[in-house]
Ligand binder design. Structure first.
Ligand code: F6P
Length: 372
């Protein structure tokens, strides 16, 4: 193994990018406290990289000094104290052209310059696939950078789990528990749409834990006749209600995903499939249906103990990585330990639900309809 030399670090910046996830503040706290132990100064870049691109918009110039006092009492708080954004990706930055049109432009060179101007020696980038792809591009341009995998969607490969996912699944499960009683009281079919983008992890894990009757995930294009049959069979057995969980990225067999909005410099916004499924199931079964969109509720609130601990471990590990002279890596959970994987590998493939995984098998063996 090549020996790494401890780098000459004086100032480290933290960046939180993309949709927020419970546990972000715990990571920030761990990076700050561990970094202070090395004598480093830690700052937070406001709202993704906006603090560097548009410093004039912030009274503090776009960089938040992160002292011991500033990170006191934040481990259990949702959100991020330095702000985030899932718009304005530096690799595809929406820019006005001379002819008045808008075009996506790679602005990572400006970002590298901005980091230099602020005398930032290293960056801890906390984010999902978008933010970690940006981190990888910065690493290639010589920025000393370590990534921390964040997303409620759990769609990052190379880590067993991302922080935020456990909280999202726990809350969705609690919602399913609550919906059971009202569904039964009214003899309704309740369709619950959950986030997760193109991966069905939240829908599957919450659906199985919350004893849903049907779970529709992007990995298995669905046939609603199968779900309607399940609803009818339950009714035939005296169970006059049903709970159907639908991932926002699920799509009918031969059909399309439900997209709410396509945006310049940002990922498409998914949503609406819950309502479509609810209306169609009502027509097919003659039953009264209702749909609920859990949406951003899954991203808010207090992180579970699992997510807090994982976030604190990830934050400390990121600082250890920098102190050991590593760069261009992401911290990853590989139980019982946290290890480092190259950012290039961490972002090359989206982690979707394998169709032969044991949770899918469990769902089938429990009689849960997966829409196929
Ligand atoms: O990636 C996290 C996530 O919450 C996805 O599950 C969802 O599709 C997306 O972000 C929603 O983004 P926005 O905050 O722009 O609505």
């Amino acid at each position: 193994m090549p020996r790494r030399r401890p780098p000459n670090i004086r100032r480290v910046a933290i960046n939180t990018g993309g949709g927020d996830a419970p546990g972000l503040n715990a990571v920030i706290r761990a990076v700050v406290l561990s970094g202070l132990n090395h004598g480093w100064e830690i700052v937070g870049i406001r709202d993704g990289y906006n603090g560097i691109f548009r410093p004039q918009e912030y009274p503090d110039g776009g960089l938040v000094p992160l002292t011991r006092t500033r990170v006191r009492g934040i481990t259990h708080l949702g959100g991020t104290i330095i702000g985030t954004t899932n718009r304005g990706n530096p690799l595809h930055y929406p820019t006005a052209m001379p002819d008045g049109t808008m075009k996506e432009v790679d602005r990572t060179d400006d970002l590298v310059e901005g980091l230099k101007e602020h005398e930032i020696d290293a960056v801890v980038a906390i984010g999902g696939d978008g933010s970690l792809t940006i981190a990888n591009a910065l690493a290639k341009k010589g920025v000393r950078i370590v990534g921390v995998p964040k997303t409620i969607d759990n769609d990052l490969s190379k880590t067993v789990v991302t922080f935020g996912f456990d909280t999202a699944v726990s809350f969705a499960t609690e919602c399913l528990d609550r919906l059971h009683s009202t569904a039964e009281a009214h003899r309704r079919v309740m369709v619950v749409e959950v986030m997760g983008r193109y991966a069905g992890w939240i829908a599957l894990n919450a659906g199985v834990s919350g004893t849903a009757d049907a779970i529709l995930i992007p990995e298995i294009p669905f046939d609603l006749h199968a779900v309607a049959t399940k609803v009818r069979r339950r009714a035939g057995a005296g169970r006059n209600f049903a709970i159907v969980v639908v991932a926002e990225g699920a799509k009918p067999r031969g059909g399309r995903r439900s997209v709410l909005e396509k945006r310049l410099g940002a990922a498409e916004r998914l949503g609406g499939i819950g309502e479509r499924v609810s209306v169609a199931l009502g027509q097919m079964t003659g039953r009264e249906t209702r749909h609920v969109v859990l949406g951003h509720l899954l991203r808010g609130g207090t992180p579970t103990a699992f997510d807090r601990l994982l976030s604190l471990r990830f934050g400390s590990a990121a600082v250890r990585a920098l102190a050991e002279g590593r760069t261009g890596v992401m911290v990853a959970l590989d139980p019982p330990t946290v290890r480092y994987v190259p950012l290039a590998q961490a972002t090359e493939r989206m982690k979707t639900v394998p169709l032969d995984c044991d949770t899918i098998l469990t769902a089938r063996e429990l009689g849960i309809c997966l829409g196929d």
